[in-house]
Design a protein. Structure first.
Lengths: 304, 298
């Protein structure tokens, strides 16, 4: 009998099952139970009625979302992530190539310093950012005035924010990605360089024909993993650095901040859940595509 | 090392590299020094010369104000330390047990368990139902546990942990079982000791996550008894009055001195972020290890 053999196997391995149980249960409560929420935007959710008794409203919440802010938050989320991926890739690969030429002690020094911002919370980063860009007292405006330029009203105008936020993100994460690519470079066999040097190759030729090609699989993997998350805005950053200022929403509002605000400030559960489900579904499609691509390039690293 | 091989005879590239990296290093460090420097500036000097890396004179008024009545700061330290210790301990135990079970090739449900964990990274119901479950179904709002429980199992950390587990030879586990040890004994007295470097690494990531988290507080905490350090900082940043209220009692203690808003804000930031800034760089090598295991094997 199938069922009795199932019970037999289960009893044989029950201790392992019990070891996994706390994790399995926690994931069930905090990740699987909220999945019912995929139906939430199709309801006119009333707290006092609860989920099941609230009336169905079809696609109304989505229609409203797409007639309002969907374009703005989608554009911001995707464009920022594209900028982060491109700039971080260039910066981190360049830094890794530079570190690869240095002595161990220099490498250690730079690695520690570049990694420092990674440990800071975005809350603390928002203080640092304020110290630099405060409109009255900030260091950047002081320096601008030294050079006889006018102070810039950073927090009053949305147009300044795209470069500032890209800069902040790269500042915080450059160390992380540099370490990844540097480790990749360390894995390259010495003999390739030795052989090329014997043939009289220049440094640029070494980088162009050995380092970069051999780093390519890692680069593709890292970029694809980031592309899979292109629909997720970093809430901590986009909420705290612009200090949730409505003046700046045009260029700082991403899907995650929008969902949060709809839920907590406006109490608009329909809108918030519609935006959340829109994000989950497009995000899932992206991850599936990306995983397909990873499998094509490098089957060992595909997740499933 | 490759450096020694390709170093010879190309000093120009090396000098340029050092200039660029030193420049970026300065950009990493100077803003941190600026925050400390502002916290040590007097209000007049800020009015006169703005936030400066080189204040006219060192002035401790801001710190005196905060230390005159550190009530909320101490409470917040207590909340954060409690969450970090309890959260990290429970989280690493649960994460390690789960990752171990997933890594046991002879366990018939290992694949299914892995899939169960991976799926949570792919599909989510979004923020709203998650919020409703925690606040309305579990009734965890405004408790200390809401700052811990939702982050106990992070699939990413389970994956990194599983990466560390893959080095364990099945023969070691077999031999333990032949001696008649239960799975629990095998896990705690064989598996845990040999994966200790991995456990330390993942614990540090978990610790960093709990230390830096303000999102759970933002979502679920109203009561100032449970305001963590990061959340205290955010409240002060988003509402200037909150700083004054937090150190309100000290107004009476330091009479005749106006509250130095500008420097006090930065001083709170230094006091809240400072300690960890000294601890984490020392653990650098563990983080580097975790990042490489996570990116290559995850």
């Amino acid at each position: 009998m199938r069922s009795s053999s199932f019970i037999k196997t289960f009893m044989r391995y029950r201790q392992l099952f019990i070891l996994s149980l706390p994790g399995v249960l926690l994931l069930f409560v905090f990740s699987y139970m909220p999945l019912y929420g995929i139906l939430l935007p199709f309801k006119d959710y009333k707290i006092d009625l609860g989920f099941w008794d609230s009336p169905w409203v079809g696609f109304d919440n989505f229609k409203y979302l797409f007639s309002q802010d969907a374009w703005r938050i989608t554009r911001n989320t995707v464009l920022y992530n594209v900028a982060f991926i491109v700039v971080l890739l260039i910066v981190a690969v360049a830094f890794a190539l530079m570190l690869n030429e240095m002595r161990r002690s220099s490498v250690k020094f730079y690695q520690t310093v570049l990694f420092l911002p990674y440990f800071l919370s975005f809350t603390v980063v928002s203080y640092i950012f304020l110290a630099m860009f405060d409109m009255e007292h900030g260091l950047v405006n002081t320096i601008l005035e030294w050079f006889g330029k006018d102070a810039v009203l950073w927090y009053n105008d949305a147009k300044y924010w795209p470069p500032l936020l890209v800069l902040t993100y790269v500042w915080k994460n450059a160390g992380y990605y540099t370490i990844i690519y540097f480790t990749g470079l360390l894995g390259i066999n010495e003999e390739y360089y030795e052989a090329a040097r014997v043939d009289g190759a220049s440094r640029w030729q070494l980088i162009k024909s050995i380092s970069l090609p051999l780093l390519k699989p890692l680069i593709i993997l890292m970029v694809l993993m980031q592309v899979g998350k292109i629909f997720v805005g970093n809430f901590d950053m986009f909420y705290q650095i612009p200090r949730d200022s409505s003046l700046l929403y045009a260029t700082t509002d991403v899907i995650d901040t929008y969902v949060y605000r709809s839920l907590k400030s406006l109490g608009d559960i329909g809108m918030a859940s519609a935006a959340g489900v829109y994000q989950s579904i497009v995000g899932l499609v992206l991850v599936l595509i990306v995983n397909g691509l990873i499998r094509k390039f490098d089957s060992e690293n595909s997740v499933f | 090392m490759s450096s020694s091989v390709i170093n010879r005879g190309f000093p120009v590239f090396k000098i340029i590299s050092h200039i660029i990296l030193l420049g970026f290093s300065l950009i990493c460090i100077l803003p941190l020094i600026l925050v400390v420097s502002v916290s040590l500036s007097s209000e007049e000097s800020i009015m006169k010369q703005g936030y400066s890396l080189n204040p006219e004179k060192i002035d401790f008024t801001a710190y005196k104000f905060i230390f005159a009545d550190p009530g909320q700061l101490l409470t917040s330290y207590g909340v954060t330390i409690f969450v970090c210790i309890v959260g990290t301990i429970f989280s690493i135990i649960i994460t390690t047990m789960l990752a171990y079970v997933m890594s046991r090739k002879d366990y018939p449900y290992a694949q299914k368990t892995s899939l169960y964990v991976f799926l949570t990274m792919l599909v989510s119901g979004g923020l709203v139902p998650w919020y409703i479950i925690i606040s309305r179904v579990l009734h965890m709002s405004d408790t200390i546990w809401v700052l811990i429980a939702p982050y106990l199992v992070m699939p990413m950390f389970v994956l990194i942990m599983k990466g560390f587990m893959s080095d364990i030879a099945p023969a070691i586990i077999e031999s333990g079982k032949l001696d008649g040890a239960s799975e629990y004994r095998v896990f705690f007295s064989i598996v845990v000791p040999i994966t200790l470097p991995g456990i330390v690494t993942v614990s540090l990531f978990i610790l960093l996550m709990y230390w830096n988290d303000y999102y759970l507080s933002l979502m679920f905490i109203q009561n100032s008894e449970y305001v963590s350090l990061q959340f205290l900082l955010w409240r002060i940043m988003s509402n200037a009055d909150y700083l004054r209220n937090s150190v309100a009692a000290s107004m009476g203690l330091l009479q005749g001195v106006a509250m130095p808003d500008q420097s006090a804000r930065m001083a709170i930031c230094v006091l809240a972020a400072g300690p960890m800034m000294f601890i984490f760089p020392f653990a650098n090598k563990y983080f580097v290890k975790g990042i490489t295991v996570g990116s290559v094997k995850g």
